[in-house]
Design a protein. Sequence first.
Length: 261
Amino acid sequence: MAEPVLELKNVTRYVNEGCNIFSDISFVVNEGDIVVLQGRSGSGKSTLLKCVAHLTLHKGECLYRGSSPTTYGITSYRTKVLYVPQRSSLLPGSPHDFLTTITSLAAHKSTSRETPQDVFKRGLDISEQWGVDPELWARSWINLSGGESQRILMAAALALDTAEVLLLDEPTSALDSETSSMVESYLIDCVKNQGSSLKAIVWVTHSPEQSRRVGTRFIYLSAGGCYESDDPSALSHSTSGLPSTPKLHSSAPSISSSRPA
Ligand SMILES: Nc1ncnc2c1ncn2[C@@H]1O[C@H](COP(=O)(O)OP(=O)(O)OP(=O)(O)O)[C@@H](O)[C@H]1O
């Protein structure tokens, strides 16, 4: 049986007293899973990834291999459960600077024996397979296109080779369909490859087609709770039970489920 790698227990993101973006989100991510997380715009997908990455205040627990982030130390936890944002716009310097900074962190050094040069070379190799000119790694993030930034960020995350779980926030939203499919295939192969350090992905997308191509499980955020479905595009043809405009929720648990998530 597949080992659980990540466990969300009653994760609740509050905004004000008694007002939540979502409440009591609970599900387990097992080795080999590519969990596609879908939901209407504003339903809280990005916020949930940030809660799991311990980047935003929340209630409840996110256990990695059965232990809390504080047990590992938050920075070490983030090398294992790695959040890849949709945009790199707030990062200073160049992608090369970024990778140099990350590989110099004690948390990275304690989980990787590779030199920064090895990591950088792998990042170049991966991104070149996706059509990125190696020279772009020396350019400032702000002068890269959305698609160039997205591919380089993803290549950097994979090149670090420390994460067992990637939390991907619309990772191909700026890519054309051909490039998107190369990135998708690479990620799927990594999760399937027994020798890879990457064991699972939580993948936010708005595309039912992408959900079908990459997902092994499908979780939907809706009405401040979540449900799991066998249908990779349940949201796109759901006509009931979903608010057209997501609202903050004033009551606690609200988990609708076609199957317990
Ligand atoms: N710090 C905050 N304070 C108040 N509201 C917030 C805060 N952070 C996020 N929100 C609100 O929470 C909701 C969920 O935001 P989030 O970005 O997680 O949604 P999403 O499902 O990822 O949306 P999209 O699909 O449009 O990217 C939004 O209505 C957003 O405005």
